[in-house]
Ligand binder design. Structure first.
Ligand code: ZN
Ligand code: ZN
Length: 173
């Protein structure tokens, strides 16, 4: 975790004046990734004492704009912030509990995906979200809120295998 002096250096390098709210918000974002605004307001207050919602919103906007903080917003989620910027990493998001995990970009350089057609756009970023179930949600016996799909158990697999094995016969004249 960066020291206050490091955070101040980051602010100055981004052309920003050092203020206590900016240092506190930046510190909170560095302390834990993917927090939403409410959590960051609480974390900033823990560092600074009284500070208004609006002040934290304003600081987050400035920090995001200057590239010190990255704002992500997976579908169905409120905006979340992280200090890991500029490395083109992606996110794994659990559909069940909304856990968000960083994952390195498989290719490395932004934009890591090339669209099949760019329509004349100068593309500089591809945002990739991998949706699924996190390990602890996968382990739960019955996720009640999921629409129960038809069971795809081992029996079905066996049956499909048998059908596949019979296919060559069907092609006989
Ligand atoms: Zn989960
Ligand atoms: Zn992240």
């Amino acid at each position: 975790m960066p020291e206050a002096a490091d955070l101040e250096r980051l602010l100055r390098a981004a052309g920003l004046r050092v203020t206590r709210p900016r240092v506190a918000v930046l510190d909170a974002v560095h302390a834990e990734p993917h927090l939403d605004t409410d959590a960051l307001i609480a974390a900033t207050r823990a560092r600074l004492g009284a500070v208004s919602h609006q002040a934290v919103y304003d600081v987050l906007r400035v920090l995001t704009h200057r590239g010190l903080v990255r704002r992500i917003q997976p579908q169905g989620s409120v905006a979340r912030y992280e200090a890991r910027v500029g490395d083109n990493h992606h996110h794994l998001v659990c559909r069940d509990c909304a856990t968000i995990v960083d994952v390195d970009c498989a290719v490395g350089a932004a934009p890591c995906l090339t669209p099949s057609g760019d329509a004349g756009f100068a593309v500089d970023e591809a945002e990739v979200v991998f949706w699924g179930s996190c390990p602890s949600c996968t382990d739960k016996p019955t996720p009640v809120h999921l629409p129960s799909p038809s069971p795809a158990g081992p029996h079905r697999e066996v049956r499909r295998d048998q059908r596949a094995r019979q296919e060559p016969h069907a092609k006989h004249q």
